[in-house]
Design a protein around this ligand. Structure first.
Ligand SMILES: [Zn+2]
Length: 442
C-alpha cells in the first residue's frame, strides 16, 4: 500500500485550481488568531487561481495571470487542472473538536431526551457517556480504526481537511491507548491531517466512582507518560465541569501534560460557570463550549492566544434554548473558533457548515465571522496556523470547493451538503462527476 506520507510529498502532481468565483484566502496582516473586526476579513479574490506543488500552495492570484505564467505554460501536461467554474473555494475547515472513537449511536439517550430526561438523568440511568465506554472497551483496535476512518471520510466530504480527534470513551490505560492507536491507524490512510488528543479525563469511569483522586493519579502517573512515550497524542484534554473534573484536578492534569511536552485544552463552561482562575497559566490551546463564562474572565482570556471554541451543534442536538454568547466573546476581543464536537451523545454531526449555520442563526455571528472561526481560528486552536487555515504561499494545499457562487450561501443552505470537492495536502477527493470531468481535461 502506498503510504500517505509518500503520496503527500513529491508524488503529488502539480495542481492548478482555476476560475474560482470567490477565493476566500483568509490572509491577513494580523499576527495571532483573529479577534474583533479582524474575524470578518476573508481576503476574497475573485476569478482566482491557486497553484500547488508537492502538497503545498506555491502561488495565489487571478486566473488570467496563472494561465499566462511561463512555468504553468511549460509544464501544462504535468499539471492537473481543476476548473472551479465560478464556485467558491476556501481553506479546508479545521474541525478542532471531535470525539470519533465510539462504536454505536446513542439512540436510547436520544429518545429519552426527547421525552424530557436531562443530560444528568440519562447518565444516572446508565446511559450517556458510560454506554459508549462499554462499547469502546469491548471493541478491537481494528474495528475502532474502521469506524474512525469512516468518520474522517464523512468529515472531509463536508469540507473538513484537518480534524482533531480525541480518545475519551476508553477511560482505562489500555482502552485509552487502544483508542489513540486506532486514531493513528485511521489517520495513516486519511489524506487530510489528524491531530490526536488524550481525553482520559472525560468522566470518572464507573469503577472509580467516588475516587476521582485515584483516577486522576492514573491519568497523571500512567496514561500521560505512556501516551507521551508512544507519541500517540499532541494534546491532553480535560472535561472540567460539574459531574466531571474540578479546576484543581484539571490543573494537575495540565501540569503533568506540560512535564511531558504535551499541549493542553479543556472542555469548560458547558453545564456550569467555572472561573478561569490560574488555568491560563498552562497556556491552553483552546477552551471549548464556553456556554457559561464570567465576564470578569474575558479580559485575561482576550490577552492570550487561547481560543474559545464554540460547538453549537451540541446545544442544537440537546435541544437547548441557550447558545454560547459569541457576540460577547468577540466584542471582548477573545479569539473564537467553531467546531462540530462530533460525538454520539450530544453532537452527532460531521458538518462544519451546519455548525456555521447555527453560529449565524443562533449566536448572531456573521457568515464571514463563522468562516474565519471554522478555518484560521480552528487552525490556531490546534496550534497549526503556520500550516493550515488560510490560502497563502507555503501553507498546506487544503481546500474545500462549494457549489455556490457567494460564500454566504455556505451557512445559508443548512442541512444540505454543497461541498463538491475537498483537496487535502494536495490530493483532491470529491463527488463523482465534478472531479472526474475536470481532472480528466488535460
Ligand atoms: Zn467534546
Amino acid at each position: 500500500m502506498r503510504s500517505r506520507r509518500g503520496a503527500a510529498r513529491g508524488e503529488r502532481p502539480a495542481l492548478l485550481l482555476v476560475n474560482i468565483g470567490q477565493l476566500l484566502t483568509l490572509r491577513s496582516e494580523i499576527s495571532g488568531p483573529r479577534r474583533g473586526a479582524s474575524l470578518s476579513e476573508l481576503g476574497i479574490i475573485e476569478d482566482a487561481a491557486v497553484l500547488c506543488l508537492g502538497g503545498k500552495i506555491v502561488s495565489v492570484g487571478r486566473t488570467k495571470d496563472a494561465l499566462r505564467d511561463p512555468w504553468v505554460k511549460k509544464n501544462q501536461r504535468k499539471i492537473v487542472e481543476v476548473d472551479c467554474r465560478g464556485r467558491v473555494v476556501l481553506p479546508g475547515f479545521v474541525d478542532s473538536h471531535t470525539h470519533p472513537v465510539f462504536t454505536h449511536p446513542r439512540l436510547v439517550d436520544f429518545e429519552k431526551r426527547i421525552a424530557g430526561a436531562s443530560y444528568e438523568e440519562i447518565a444516572e440511568a446508565g446511559g450517556g457517556i458510560r454506554s459508549s465506554i462499554e462499547g469502546v472497551r469491548k471493541a478491537s483496535a481494528g474495528s475502532l480504526a474502521k469506524t474512525i476512518a469512516r468518520a474522517l471520510a464523512d468529515l472531509s466530504r463536508h469540507g473538513t481537511t484537518t480534524v482533531e480527534a480525541k480518545s475519551g470513551y476508553g477511560l482505562s490505560l489500555e482502552s485509552e491507548l487502544k483508542s489513540l492507536q486506532s486514531i493513528r491507524t485511521a489517520a495513516r490512510e486519511f489524506p487530510g491531517t489528524v491531530v490526536s488528543t488524550l481525553l482520559g479525563a472525560h468522566v470518572v469511569p464507573p469503577e472509580y466512582r467516588g475516587r476521582s483522586d485515584e483516577y486522576v493519579d492514573l491519568i497523571c502517573n500512567e496514561m500521560i507518560p505512556a501516551v507521551a512515550k508512544r507519541k500517540l497524542a499532541q494534546f491532553v484534554d480535560v472535561f472540567c465541569d460539574r459531574g466531571a473534573f474540578t479546576l484543581e484536578e484539571t490543573e494537575r492534569v495540565f501540569a503533568t501534560a506540560a512535564k511531558f511536552d504535551l499541549g493542553v485544552r479543556a472542555h469548560l463552561g458547558q453545564l456550569t460557570e467555572t472561573r478561569l482562575g490560574t488555568i491560563l497559566r498552562y497556556d491552553p490551546a483552546s477552551l471549548d463550549h464556553m456556554d457559561y463564562v464570567n465576564d470578569r474572565d474575558l479580559p485575561a482570556l482576550a490577552a492570550t492566544n487561547t481560543v474559545a471554541t464554540l460547538v453549537p451543534g451540541a446545544n442544537y442536538f440537546l435541544g437547548l434554548a441557550r447558545y454560547p454568547n459569541a457576540r460577547r466573546l468577540i466584542e471582548a476581543g477573545v479569539a473564537v473558533a467553531l467546531a462540530t464536537d462530533y460525538n454520539p451523545g450530544s453532537s452527532p454531526t460531521v458538518s462544519m457548515p451546519m455548525a456555521m449555520s447555527l453560529a449565524s442563526t443562533q449566536m448572531k455571528m456573521s457568515p464571514a465571522e463563522a468562516i474565519a472561526a471554522a478555518t484560521i481560528n480552528g487552525a490556531w486552536a490546534l496550534r497549526l496556523a503556520g500550516r493550515k487555515g488560510s490560502v497563502e504561499t507555503g501553507k498546506d494545499a487544503d481546500f474545500s470547493v462549494f457549489d455556490v457562487t457567494d460564500y454566504r450561501e455556505i451557512p445559508y443552505w443548512f442541512g444540505a451538503n454543497r461541498c463538491v470537492l475537498t483537496i487535502m495536502n494536495g490530493a483532491p477527493s470529491g463527488s463523482g462527476d465534478f472531479l472526474g470531468r475536470d481532472l480528466g481535461q488535460r
